[in-house]
Design a protein around this ligand. Sequence first.
Ligand code: NDP
Length: 477
Amino acid sequence: EKAQIGVTGLAVMGRNLARNFARHGHTVALHNRSYGRTKDLVEQFGDEGKFIPSETAEQFVASLERPRRVVIMVKAGGPTDAVIDEFAPLLEKGDMLIDAGNAHYLDTRRREAALKEIGIHFVGMGVSGGEEGALHGPSIMPGGPKESYDALGPLLEDISAKAEGEPCCVHVGPDGAGHFVKMVHNGIEYADMQLIAEAYDLLRQVGGHSPAEIAEIFKGWNEGRLGSYLIEITAEVLKQVDAATGKPFVDIVLDQAEQKGTGRWTVQAALDLGVPVSGIAESVFARALSGGADVRKAAADAGLPGPSAGSGEHAGDLRADVEQALFASKIVAYAQGFQQIQAASKEYGWDIDPGAMAKIWRAGCIIRAKFLDFIKQAYDKQPELATLLVDDYFLDAVSGAQQAWRRVVATAASQGIPTPGFTSALAYYDGLRAKRLPAALIQGQRDFFGAHTYHRIDKPGSFHTLWATDDRKEVDA
Ligand code: NDP
């Protein structure tokens, strides 16, 4: 008997994906650079299903039915290229190499183009949900050639998470589309986490609540419109007490957030596409600021002053207002992320259905939330929606939230509590709604020093003012 699917790279993610396939009745070929991990998997979990372990790449390839489906789950970057170089010569036309690691979408585009030349389907596939997701059902975002999905999709849909009975897996679009969408998913995750952290900080510093009390507040919120995996786990983390000291867990952890890079990639890509993902960018920068121990120490040593004591009581119901600010800021962050997906889809001709992305994020992945149902509905109603903010549901939510949102940002500013997520989301919102932006002045400055020209509101064409002359005459440009 041959295997329907193979997994090479059997560290925690690959091992769990392989077990998930086997638990769904598929025979799974196994391979890892060093044989130890393959052996361990079969020894520990061999009774969960049918596995065909191989020591060499040749044996592994020979153990697969055609067209071969080879899932690569190794460290992203150089290791992925090394594995592709090893396997590509062993495969035949129509076989599939599926990179399930967190690759950069431009690497995926490059690899897909190169493998196409030799008739191999390369599928860059985003997988979200961490170790547990990989084992029990992740959200899966495969890109690559559409025709490969016919042979691959049913297996992936089998092992994916299910939301209301529907698989959290869909063909995202060609070449790097899957990895791009996974990257933006992670970027949105950064923004969501930052906003939740700011909400906690305000409840603690302004509201004077203890971590345990805030855990209860989050538990309550989890029952409402904010209901999501991230809110749920936040309550768990806040409830945690350190066994060694008896202190709240959040008080004994070093306050320097780390990152592996997908948030940064999202922002880099957004800069190239010209899409303002300020929520994601602020969250990446907030982590960088927190990690800048030397700069923070210098600031503390210099005694950078804050507001005088007692300045700015919160003028409202803090708990209710923070919930509103969190929800509104979250809408902005998601609206920006989805706009980035739409911009990339246009740029690369991917034809991504944004509603389908919201649909496959409803279960299995880290940003799973009730909220995503409304995003799906918004794009179902209007696939070409310019921004989520103008959809009825979100417009309504933001209209209801905006006064509270302003109060929260004002309180944070007057009490000197950093809320880059809430504050920049509100600035973005006000920027979108502004009838006139000071961008006109910037155009004037650009024309003054660089003759970059400008457009007028009252007639077509480009113009330049002769700033250096006495009469500062306007000329056609
Ligand atoms: P790691 O990223 O730690 O990678 C370890 C695996 O890569 C091992 O199987 C190792 O083989 C193999 N490997 C490393 N270098 C090479 C090489 N040069 N040639 C061949 N194989 C090599 O494993 P994870 O399971 O944590 O993650 C796998 C992928 O999944 C990564 O791309 C990660 O970004 C992505 N991912 C991870 C998630 C997570 O929650 N951890 C979530 C979603 C995606 P050996 O045993 O021989 O050293």
